[in-house]
Write a new protein. Structure first.
Length: 94
């Protein structure tokens, strides 16, 4: 297991129960780990969304949320919040 795997696992563990996390999201959490290392607690919801878009492009290139964060409806933007908070929690613990 690498340092990125460990960070990805820590982020995933901080996502609150009840938040929909796809079972095949390993690569997504690795991207979140890179965000943490690059930006630490300064990571933004837009950054989280960009990582999700890159991951989603490998799964569903027609997903309606494949657009810039700023163009999303507020309810769709809110879906990134638990992941943002998880990344920030792990960044603050390091």
């Amino acid at each position: 297991m690498t340092y990125l795997d460990e960070t990805a696992d820590a982020i995933r563990a901080c996502v609150p129960d009840g938040v929909d996390v796809p079972p095949d999201a390993r690569d997504l959490f690795l991207a979140y780990a890179v965000l943490l290392r690059a930006k630490g607690s300064a990571v933004t919801a837009s950054d989280v969304h960009d990582a999700w878009v890159a991951w989603m492009l490998t799964r569903d290139g027609e997903h309606p949320a494949l657009q810039p964060f700023e163009q999303l409806a507020d309810d769709v933007r809110a879906l990134d919040e638990p992941f943002l908070q998880a990344i920030r929690a792990v960044a603050g613990a390091r």
